[in-house]
Design a binder for this molecule. Structure first.
Ligand code: NAD
Ligand code: ISE
Length: 340
């Protein structure tokens, strides 16, 4: 069986997902597309030679009997409505991160699933599928480095993802990846977060965008996780993570690239394109989504609950940025739907 997928939001990341579903992974095809800018929908159909309907609204796509499941790749602040509509229509939905830009909106999605009595949503925290992070998780779970004490993360982008990137987006668009993956690695909840802003990079092109930022997360077990968020680093898409246990440390493996020797230098190239850095992770997360939905199962992890927890943490981080203080993180009790 081939799963007929409908894409809502046909921008940069949608193109990469349409490409992987059409040309790389198995079991799905793009059967419909919608974008508020009609030229965007037309362009992806032409670029990828799709046999797909161009819908004139997200509702028409979601309700169409030709669409089995939905992919939401619109901008961050446009995710909630198509996700809620998909749940109401009884269709599974893969949404890019963040689930929504506030915890309040994420909670509406969680409540819709709880009322429906099943999970429909998979959130695009693709690092959970990254082979490097998976290896790190295995090292931690094996007990080889002992109980975790500390972690440090680097999340650098060569330049901001959009011309309208704001100070809060450093948290709810960028840092949100570490917020999710470190909770996954530590297998623990967060109790507090503190944010600081560093000296402005003179090459930062956006007025009012306050970064680089540093975040300090504390887990309920008392471990501390620091993250450097630097989205004007100029030189490439650079992700690093080191965890420190009681008897040793473990680091995210570097991406294997050729070592170049030239002009009295030895160096390794680094891409500025995040969709290349995490290529395999995106392929694996989509294959997991397609496989589970095809088998009439709820989609795989990360769930809407994971999206909600990340948003509660991001909201607290944004409050810390404005108050300059450490902010406590408080979660609702986990509904039974997400505890398995
Ligand atoms: P983009 O600006 O290139 O594309 C967004 C598209 O959404 C545009 O074509 C826009 O016209 C369309 N759009 C806006 N509002 C819409 C609406 N209400 N309904 C339908 N379409 C609408 O942005 P992008 O870089 O492709 O990012 C899209 C999403 O993917 C964001 O949520 C972003 O956070 C996420 N993303 C995730 C990763 C990752 O690593 N997982 C990487 C990049 C982007
Ligand atoms: C973008 O939306 C992503 O999700 C990338 O992985 C991240 O590095 C970048 O900062 C975001 O803008």
């Amino acid at each position: 069986m081939t799963l007929n997928l409908g894409v809502i939001g046909c921008g940069a990341i949608a193109r990469t997902h349409i490409d992987r579903i059409t040309n790389t992974i198995a079991g799905g095809r793009i059967a419909g597309v919608f974008d508020v800018v009609p030229e965007q929908s037309k362009a992806v159909v032409a670029e990828y030679g799709l046999d797909a309907t161009i819908f004139d609204s997200d509702s028409a796509l979601i309700e169409s009997s030709d669409i089995d499941a939905v992919i939401v790749t619109s901008r961050n602040d446009a995710h909630v409505s198509p996700i809620l509509q998909s749940i109401a229509a009884g269709k599974c939905v893969f949404t890019e991160k963040p689930l929504a830009t506030t915890a309040e909106d994420c909670k509406r999605i969680v409540e819709a699933e709880v009322t429906a009595g099943r999970r429909f949503v998979q959130v695009g925290f693709m690092r959970r599928y990254d082979p490097g992070y998976r290896q790190l998780k295995e090292v931690i779970a094996s007990g080889e480095i002992g109980p975790l004490l500390l972690a440090s993360c680097r999340h650098y982008n060569a330049a901001p993802a959009t011309p309208y990137f704001g100070t809060e987006n450093v948290i709810n668009d960028t840092f949100i990846h570490e917020i999710d993956i470190m909770r996954f690695l530590f297998d623990d909840t967060y109790t507090s977060i503190e944010m600081r802003v560093g000296r402005r990079n003179s090459l930062n092109p956006i007025d009012g965008l306050q970064e680089p930022q540093v975040g300090i997360l504390e887990t309920s077990g008392g471990a501390l996780i620091t993250a450097e968020l630097n989205i004007n680093c100029q030189y490439g898409y650079d992700i690093a993570c080191r965890v420190v246990g009681e008897t040793g440390t473990a680091e995210l493996p570097r991406v294997p690239v050729p070592e170049i020797r030239k002009g009295n230098k030895i160096y390794e190239p680094i891409t500025s394109d995040g969709s290349l850095r995490f290529l395999e992770s995106y392929n694996l997360e989509f294959q997991a989504f397609i496989n589970s939905v095809t088998r009439s199962q709820s989609p795989g992890q990360p769930s809407a609950w994971d999206g909600y927890v990340a948003a509660v943490t991001a909201d607290a981080a944004i409050r810390s940025l404005s108050t300059g203080e450490r902010v406590a993180i408080e979660l609702d009790a986990t509904p039974a739907l997400y505890s398995a």
